[in-house]
Design a binder for this molecule. Structure first.
Ligand code: GRF
Length: 205
């Protein structure tokens, strides 16, 4: 059985959607650990309700390098058997850029969700960026993490139509509903070993 580690920083609604879906749909992966870089992340309480172990590795006052911080994450993942051999790491609103060393160790085993149709609107405030640009459609993207920001091979995308009346809040809400479905779907595909990466392309088999 694969082991899952989820990294969060806050609300944890994508994490919750993944945990619910694993339970409901009997996805063959064991949620082993939820790690937050913030002690007050709301998602920690949700994970505990699901009976999942949690750890906080505070990043705010951490003085070392990015890689030194990530080594602490890798240490926690390893203790919970989320390894480069049989682990999946989901970034679910984890508000830190991870080091190239971490990416390399867990190559094609770290996935992220982004609230826009990549490669459009990477980085922060993606919903705001789409509105400001005047895009007619946006959505969400689940992708493997590489050493760039929101640049890794795309696994799944879902489209959301932008209305003239949309605010950042209303658009974010509709995108978030799609994120929950799409992230859970991607975890299932990974757990069923149905994603093959070839260069930039992640092919679903
Ligand atoms: C989501 O919009 C996700 O796409 C972005 O950060 C937000 C996290 O929300 N990366 P949540 O913590 O999963 O509720």
């Amino acid at each position: 059985m694969l082991n899952l580690g989820i990294l969060i920083s806050g609300r944890g609604s994508n994490m919750e959607a993944i945990l619910k879906s694993i339970k409901r749909n009997k996805i063959p992966i064991k949620p082993a650990i939820v790690i937050s870089n913030k002690a007050d992340a709301r998602g920690l309480k949700i994970a505990q309700k699901f009976g999942i172990k949690t750890e906080v590795i505070e990043s705010r006052e951490f003085k070392g390098s990015r890689w030194e911080y990530d080594k602490k994450i890798i240490d926690a993942l390893t203790r919970h058997k989320v390894t480069p051999q049989n682990g999946l790491v989901c970034l679910a609103g984890f508000m830190r850029i991870i080091s190239p060393e971490f990416v390399e160790r867990y190559r094609n085993r770290i996935i992220n969700i982004h609230p826009a149709l990549l490669p459009s609107f990477p980085g922060l405030d993606a919903q705001r960026q789409a509105l400001d640009y005047g895009a007619k459609y946006s959505g969400c993207t689940v992708h493997f993490v590489d050493s760039g920001v929101d640049t890794g091979p795309i696994i799944l995308q879902a489209v959301v139509k932008i209305k003239d009346s949309d605010t950042e809040e209303s658009l974010s809400k509709r995108i978030l509903a799609k994120e929950h479905q799409t992230y859970a779907k991607a975890v299932r595909l990974f757990a069923e070993k149905r994603i093959k990466v070839s260069g930039r392309r992640a092919v679903i088999i």
